[in-house]
Design a protein around this ligand. Sequence first.
Ligand code: SME
Length: 157
Amino acid sequence: MAEDLHIIQGSKEEQYQALIPQIKGLLTGENNLVANLANMAAALKEQFGWFWVGFYLVDQNELVLGPFQGPVACTRIQKGRGVCGTSWTQEKTLIVPDVEKFPGHIACSSLSKSEIVVPLINEGQIWGVLDVDSSEYNQFNETDQLYLEQIVALLND
Ligand code: SME
């Protein structure tokens, strides 16, 4: 397997469309969860240059920090707290254009301005979330939701 990511310029759609087959390639033949989460976070960070990309994994009644790329982050998030804990309880993707306007937002870094959180669901069970933060406002939309939901679904293959 090639270890180098091919980074492309272009629209958001074009970037995701070029990235998805590469992420599939990174996951193929590897069933270690930590390895796959780590490479997925790295590939997303490398292509898009976001401030923080990583996973929080369900552990009983809270989320615990998993593999990520970016500055150090909060290790535990209670169910229903912050954007991540709310995505977990609502079982849906949340797009937050301005984190300061999201009630209960957990500021791991004051540099984070907008955020998208995508739940990881397998056979109807949420087992974690993907959290992506940008240092600029309004960086995420339905296109990110569409493709990031497809990307995290690859973890269930
Ligand atoms: N902002 C998140 C916490 C995680 S950090 O951004 C990495 C939240 O409100 O859940």
